[in-house]
Design a protein. Structure first.
Length: 633
């Protein structure tokens, strides 16, 4: 409405200026038709023009409303008519003046047609001019009756005609106004809906913070400012610790409330710090902030961690000494070595987050190129893992598992080995964590199972082969089905295969693992508990699963030289036997170790003293004769 009034004022101002100019130009007609009073008539014209334009400009300067401009136009029309009529009536050119009086109808027309006056104001203005005309007839030399009749009828017809036309024009203007107003309202509503949709498309439906789409856009803006103006920023990935266990135990609604509370707390905390938070997926949030150095990044990340811990949301299903919801934070910030692509800083923050989770969670880690869990070397390893199978960079070696009573090899453990493209070998400690972090372990794990089946089981080289299985594999959908397919395609019985599971996987989601292990057991596959005693979930695993065999970690054997260490080993052996499970002890490296196994009555042993891991070629040479009469476990 304000814009419309301003446009109307500008139009009225231009119209009045034009009308005044035309009004003054008619002074030429005064000089030609009524020269004896032309000076007075022209002077009156200038007085009316100057006064009206002065009032008009005062109104413009005062930013008056449009109605005052309409009143000014109306008064100007009437004043202009009077200013012309009064001097003209004194002329001696009577016949000419009688003709000239027709000029008065122009003022009626201007009131009704040339100015966008409201209908009532226009008609009132024309009516005043008509009344002045009728009054003037009494002061001018008398006309012939027929002449006077014609003049009166002409004025009346002009009044009626122009009033009617003005009414129709105002009706049309009013319709146009209504349509314009409706269009303006629709446009305004459309803009509001568009803004609402824009907000909705950029907002996470659950937590109300920015979603992945909005975060990606903000990231691009931050990165552009960094590239063009050197404005540094930090990226922090915030992962809710053990959230799946929280969701499984307390329920999805409680899990949603947990995420909402974490998001709200972070959002409130970050607003005054010139930082924003978004949901990056699942239980992971991302924080973006302008920073000036490493210390600021570390301090902000620690505040984020403490903010969530201070919520004191109960989470008593975790078994790491904490009883509340916490977060792990991985941070990275722009620096000269960041690289030319935006994805690099996200990748660095992700690697720092992985380091934080690997170091016990509920902690902060800033990306460090020298950290073995987040180094640039690991990126080379990740790239190698992606092409390892295709380029024959990975292979299996087999370490014998010996029956300590009979001396026979009862099976082999399949161990994965990897080399870089240049031939540099990598230890499992180097590439397995990277494979788990990147998800490459899924493909590599199935490859290892298939390779063990085809290399040693299908040919009958060994009666049993064990394969290490990651928590990532057990939690992936379809893993048991994929194993079943491998067994069918290779013609290997499930009873010939054993999967070694480390007790630490309990921390990653017990329900999925239980379901998967149950499916694997249904295939006849033996489930071994690996590295028993090194974690804190071992006893729980013994209660939950009917394991076939428990592998006691080598550290207990190394410590058995001390009386206290031997007592601990004997207690562990007694505990496992009471559960009715077979025992395999790792790390047999000396004859003394073997003697101790005989003293303790251990069935199965594994270690360098009994046999080192060897490639399939050596298994074929050495194992076939010895295993011809082997009895399966």
């Amino acid at each position: 409405m304000r814009a419309r009034s301003e446009a109307q004022v500008r139009e009225t101002r231009r119209g009045l200026w034009l009308a005044v100019i035309v009004y003054l130009l008619f002074g030429i007609a005064d000089a030609l038709l009524i020269p004896d009073v032309a000076v007075q008539a022209i002077t009156a014209r200038f007085i009316v023009a100057i006064l009206s334009m002065t009032v008009l400009e005062i109104l413009v300067a005062a930013d008056a409303s449009s109605k005052w401009f309409d009143v000014t136009c109306s008064v100007t029309v009437v004043a202009g008519y009077i200013g012309w009529l009064l001097p003209s009536m004194e002329t001696q050119a009577v016949e000419t003046f009688r003709f000239y009086m027709l000029f008065g109808t122009i003022f009626m027309m201007s009131a009704n047609l040339f100015f966008n006056l409201f209908f009532r104001l226009s008609v009132a203005t024309s009516a005043i001019i008509l009344l002045i005309f009728f009054t003037s007839l009494a002061f001018v030399p008398p006309l012939e009756p027929h002449q006077q009749l014609v003049l009166v009828l002409f004025y009346l017809s002009c009044f009626v005609f122009t009033s009617y036309v003005n009414w129709k024009l105002n009706e049309e203007r009013y319709n146009v106004f209504l349509n314009a107003r409706e269009a303006a309202q629709q446009h305004e509503e459309s803009e509001k809906r568009g803004a609402a949709l824009e907000r909705l498309s950029n907002t996470d439906y659950l937590t109300g913070v920015e979603n992945r789409r909005a975060v990606d856009k903000r990231l691009r803006d931050y990165w552009s400012n960094w590239q063009n103006a050197g404005t540094s920023f930090a990226v922090m990935l915030v992962d809710v610790d053990f959230f799946k266990k929280y969701n499984d135990f307390y329920g999805h609604q409680a899990g949603d409330r947990c995420l909402v509370m974490v998001a709200s707390a972070l959002s409130d905390m970050l607003k005054p710090l010139n930082a924003t938070v978004g949901r990056y997926g699942g239980e992971e949030f991302i924080v973006l902030s302008r920073v000036t150095g490493r210390e600021q990044v570390t301090a902000l990340a620690e505040v984020i961690r403490a903010t969530v811990e201070d919520l004191a949301l109960v989470h008593d299903q975790r078994r790491d000494g904490q009883a509340v919801v916490t977060v792990s934070v991985g941070a990275a910030y722009t620096r000269a070595q960041t690289g030319p692509k935006l994805e690099r800083i996200i990748n660095e923050a992700d690697r720092a987050l992985y380091s934080a989770k690997a170091n016990g969670r509920n902690c902060v880690r800033l990306f460090d190129p020298n950290d073995p869990l987040s180094s640039d070397d690991n990126e080379n390893i990740a790239a190698t893992l992606r092409m390892a199978i295709r380029n024959d960079l990975v292979h299996l070696v087999y370490q014998p598992i010996q029956n300590m009573r009979t001396g026979r090899v009862e099976g082999v453990e399949s161990l994965m080995r990897l080399k870089m493209i240049d031939g540099t070998p990598l230890s499992p400690g180097q590439f397995i964590p990277v494979a788990e972090r990147t998800g490459a372990i899924l493909e590599l794990g199935l490859w290892a199972i298939r390779r063990a089946c085809t290399e040693v089981l299908a040919p009958g080289l060994v009666p049993l082969a064990s394969v290490n299985v990651s928590a990532i594999q057990l939690k992936s959908r379809g893993f048991a089905l994929a194993v079943s397919t491998i067994l069918e395609e290779t013609g290997v019985s499930g009873s010939q295969l054993a999967f070694e599971i480390t007790e630490g996987i309990d921390m990653e989601g017990q329900s999925d693992v239980i379901r998967c292990i149950t499916d694997l057991q249904a295939l006849g596959i033996r489930i071994w508990l690996d590295d028993f005693g090194t974690g804190f979930a071992g006893l729980s695993w013994l209660r939950l699963f009917p394991f076939d065999t428990v592998k006691i970690d080598r550290s207990f054997l190394q410590d058995a030289r001390r009386p206290a260490g031997r007592a601990m080993l004997e207690d562990i052996i007694r505990l496992i036997r009471n559960r009715g499970l077979k025992i395999l002890i790792e790390g047999l490296e000396t004859a003394d170790h073997v003697d101790l196994m005989h003293e303790l009555g251990i069935e199965l042993g594994q270690g360098y003293y009994l046999g080192r891991p060897v490639p399939i070629e050596e298994v074929r040479i050495k194992a076939v004769p010895r295993l011809a009469t082997v009895v399966s476990l």
